[in-house]
Design a binder for this molecule. Sequence first.
Ligand code: SF4
Ligand code: SF4
Length: 202
Amino acid sequence: MEVRGVLMGIGPWVLARGLDPFKRGLLMRGVSKTCLNALRRRNLGGMSLSTLCLECGLCCDGTLFLHVGISAAERERLVSLGIAVGTRRKHDVMWLPCGKLEGKCCTMYDARPGGCRRFVCALGQRLERKEVTLDEARAQVADMHARLGALREVLPPAEGEPVLRHARACIDSTTTPVSEVQLAAFKRVEALRYDVFMPPPQ
Ligand code: SF4
Ligand code: SF4
């Protein structure tokens, strides 16, 4: 039986025994063993931004961006790892949603591209500057996920497609007009995306 099957069979509460309260809490909330190991390697158990990112994933799942810029060397390495790469305006990019995102956690954190290493969203930057508390930032992330969920509910089903990309395709469609409800749900997501998450232009 593969490891994941064994883990799921035992149940997270067994795995959580013997861990410190922070890591036990993550495991009980469904953060996978892979992510827990990544956290252990990063030794970031107590850091607010990492805690926030584990509940978010919006910069990796296709909500904030559709791609991440990469170098030629990174392109080769990512291709060897089976990650979807391409070209955008003559620059190498890795397409999002990222295949290495598991839930809301990066499973190749130590080997992630430089573009991922350098990026911190506007909310994360405010958290680092202590302009918002972790709880306030968490509430913003939860609000964004709730708005995305509400948008998904009013759109036609699109299995595996990031909801915002699906919404844009619906809006751009020349065959099926979008409803007022769909448009309002889309605008609620976009407002928070720009007001809270997108970093100011450099
Ligand atoms: S969008 Fe911000 S808070 Fe969310 S995972 Fe990315 S850096 Fe972290
Ligand atoms: S490599 Fe990791 S940090 Fe970069 S987009 Fe993928 S999941 Fe996110």
